[in-house]
Design a binder for this molecule. Structure first.
Ligand SMILES: Cc1cc2nc3c(=O)[nH]c(=O)nc-3n(C[C@H](O)[C@H](O)[C@H](O)COP(=O)(O)O)c2cc1C
Ligand SMILES: [Mn+2]
Length: 441
């Protein structure tokens, strides 16, 4: 836990990524806090270091239009195959697996990683970040929340009476971790988007035991299977909401691990999750915000200028969208569209739409719009929809349905007489600027 506490406090200060080279009782290192700053997210996406989160989201949305499928490489050239533990030799306790918080139910093998599964009907390969608890030397507890892509696939394997083959990655090109966290639309492979953002195909190799493509440079590759009808006690785990999602353990599916392949001196990656704003929240603000934006564009809604899902709300509970209004009802359309996207239909609670002159990430300008343009008599609507079971604003036994607040903080398009803005006289501004230093300012 000392390691996770160093990482958490470091992330709260927006400190560097940390490589723990000297973990007591282990001879391989641990890496944390990779995604904590916008600068490092830019580095991961191959963008200029002074990019803002919204610049990165804009690139993400653009790159979502192109698919660059992964490329198989020779396993002989794949560092992830340097070491292989098979069958009875599998022992996950050999890796330096952190426990994060005092009330956590145990040590978490999977935080900064992702699970890869294949759709049995179509072959669609999905990457999703789902926490993995170290339960036994060859068992990892999972939590595939209902409706997540791995859950959809697991249901299909269950109907076929077969366990679902999985591979889980810990430690990798961090762009792949962003892909795991991203809510990329169903039936689209996160691999294809990673290739598009990177500008080259992700190099993959097949697993040893179950025919799943995994990144060739992964640090640790877990191979195994999940039986939808088998359960072990899992949790609790300190969530990104800053709270536990339940009071104790819950029966959950688990991965029975049949093989582990790993690099020499593998770097075990972790992210601290827990209270905002740290590593996980920055990851989610980028990936969830980009997904919401991309899905609004895919719905062919004109005039969307920018989308921002603040990391303080883990990138998912609150969205602010700026729009250039073009017709009556346009702002309403944006609001209802946002909660109808695959992203927004799950968990999003508050949507604020602002005019194009307000940058949604400029919170003081958003406050201005909420103060001077928003009118509660006219421009808020409350709806219902699907909640995340992690939302601590709902009672523990009733977390499936949430309210949604839609706030129109724009000047109504259809008003013939709009509020008259106060402008400065441009000529006087120029004159004054020329004399600025002589004014002693
Ligand atoms: C560090 C971290 C841990 C997460 N843990 C879980 C989890 O245990 N279960 C889950 O359903 N989603 C979890 N998520 C959210 C999923 O990664 C996210 O919803 C993703 O879109 C899932 O992939 P999918 O869209 O392909 O289903 C986590 C996200 C992060 C960043
Ligand atoms: Mn997916």
């Amino acid at each position: 836990m000392e390691l996770s506490h160093i990482a958490k406090l470091n992330e709260e200060k927006k400190g560097p990524a940390l490589l723990f080279e000297n973990v007591k009782d282990y001879n391989s290192p641990v890496m944390t806090s990779v995604c904590t700053t916008t600068e490092r997210l830019a580095l991961i996406m191959g963008q200029p270091m002074d990019s803002t989160l919204v610049d990165l989201m804009k690139i993400w949305v653009e790159k979502s239009n192109t698919k660059v499928p992964p490329k198989m490489v020779d396993p002989k050239d794949a560092p992830c195959k340097e070491n292989i533990m098979m069958g009875d030799d599998v022992d996950l306790f050999k890796f330096p697996v952190p426990k994060f918080y005092p009330l956590d139910g145990g040590r978490y093998f999977g935080t900064a990683g992702f699970t890869i599964t294949k759709d049995p009907d179509t072959g669609w390969v999905n990457l999703g970040t789902y926490r993995l608890q170290l339960l036994e030397k060859n068992r990892l507890g999972t939590q595939f929340i209902k409706g997540k892509h791995s859950d959809i696939m697991l249901n299909k394997y269950q109907a076929m009476g077969k366990p679902m083959p999985v591979a889980a990655i810990v430690g990798c090109d961090p762009l792949m971790f962003l892909m795991g966290a991203a809510r990329v639309s169903a039936f689209d492979s996160e691999y294809d988007l990673a290739g598009s953002i990177r500008g080259e195909a992700v190099e993959v190799v097949n697993t040893e035991t179950n025919d799943i493509p995994v990144p060739a440079t992964a640090e640790i590759v877990i191979e195994g299977e999940v039986d939808a009808d088998a359960f072990m006690e899992e949790g609790p785990f300190g969530e990104y909401t800053g709270y536990y999602s339940g009071v104790g353990t819950d029966p959950r599916n688990f991965i029975k691990v049949n093989c582990v392949s790993y690099r020499n001196n593998p770097i075990f990656w972790g992210t601290t999750v827990g209270r905002a704003v740290t590593d996980t929240h920055m990851t989610m603000a980028l990936t969830y915000g980009s997904t919401l934006w991309q899905q609004l564009v895919a719905m062919k809604i004109p005039g969307i200028k920018a989308v921002y899902c603040p990391p303080e709300g883990s990138g998912r509970f609150l969205a602010i969208i700026s729009v250039k209004q073009m017709y009556p009802g346009h702002a309403d359309q944006v609001l209802t569209a946002a909660i109808s996207t695959e992203m927004g239909a799950y968990g999003l609670k508050t949507v604020i739409v602002v005019d194009e002159d307000i940058d949604p990430w400029d919170i003081s300008r958003v406050m201005y719009a909420l103060s001077f343009r928003f009118q509660p008599n006219r421009s808020q609507v409350i709806k219902r929809g699907r909640s995340t079971p992690l939302d601590p604003s709902l009672p523990l036994n009733a977390r499936w349905i949430t309210g949604r607040l839609l706030i129109d903080a724009t000047i109504p398009y259809d008003w013939e007489e709009k509020p008259i803005p106060i402008e400065l006289d441009p000529e006087i501004v120029e004159r004054v600027k020329a004399r600025w230093s002589s004014l002693g300012l």
